[in-house]
Design a protein. Structure first.
Ligand SMILES: Cc1cc2nc3c(=O)[nH]c(=O)nc-3n(C[C@H](O)[C@H](O)[C@H](O)COP(=O)(O)O)c2cc1C
Length: 191
């Protein structure tokens, strides 16, 4: 897959096959974050990887899915749950614009996963108070986001953003996600 195709198909996935993510894909994700650009090369982003089915099951009720959809459409059923979670953690003793650094790390991580067919959902609607002790975070560490991962059990495609769609993603008749995006003309202007 060339890079533009990888970017077009690396969508958010919210229903997954019950098949573990192999260790080599997890290693690629770690390497993709390790290589990320970051302010002053300070490298404040840390990952906590939850791959064991027991810990994954403990994390599942602490994340919220698909705010634009009713739960029966957007929340994965028990047999559709992600099989891996990665916590994006910031070492707050290191100065800098850690949110920008973490955003770049998230893009690298989810692309590295997708290059091997593993889909993801970046999750900001999470119960940080319950997740921090479960993940064993240290006092100086801040939980930025969780990433849910697994082999997708649905499709997702970009559709034009119109007055009718607005920005809200929706499911088509096959329960595939349709994700409205603004046109190139709307987001870029040339001087
Ligand atoms: C910072 C951030 C936080 C997000 N939080 C959630 C979340 O808590 N739950 C969820 O289901 N999706 C979440 N998403 C996924 C977005 O809804 C998704 O990226 C958006 O609808 C566009 O879809 P796309 O990723 O396929 O382009 C989040 C994405 C980002 C970048």
């Amino acid at each position: 897959m060339d890079l533009m195709e990888l970017l077009a198909t690396r969508r958010t996935y919210r229903r997954f096959a019950q098949k573990p993510v192999p260790a080599d894909v997890i290693a690629d994700m770690v390497e993709a974050v390790r290589l990320s650009s970051c302010g002053a090369n300070r490298q404040a982003v840390r990952l906590v990887i939850a791959a064991s089915p027991e810990v994954v099951a403990q994390i599942q009720p602490l994340v919220k899915w698909a705010a634009y959809l009713p739960p029966e459409q957007g929340t994965p059923k028990p047999e559709e749950q992600p099989t891996l979670f990665v916590a994006m953690v910031q070492d707050t003793t290191i100065p800098g614009d850690l949110d920008t650094d973490t955003g770049i790390a998230l893009a690298n991580l989810t692309l590295a996963a997708w290059a091997k067919g593993v889909g993801s959902c970046i999750m900001g609607a999470i119960d940080r108070n319950k997740l921090a002790p479960l993940l064993g975070l240290k006092e100086r560490e801040k939980l930025h986001t969780m990433v849910a991962l697994g082999y997708p059990a649905h499709g997702s495609r970009i559709v034009p953003l119109t007055a009718v769609t607005g920005v809200k993603y929706y499911l088509d008749e096959n329960r595939d996600y349709c994700v409205p995006k603004r046109s190139a003309e709307e987001i870029a202007r040339y001087l």
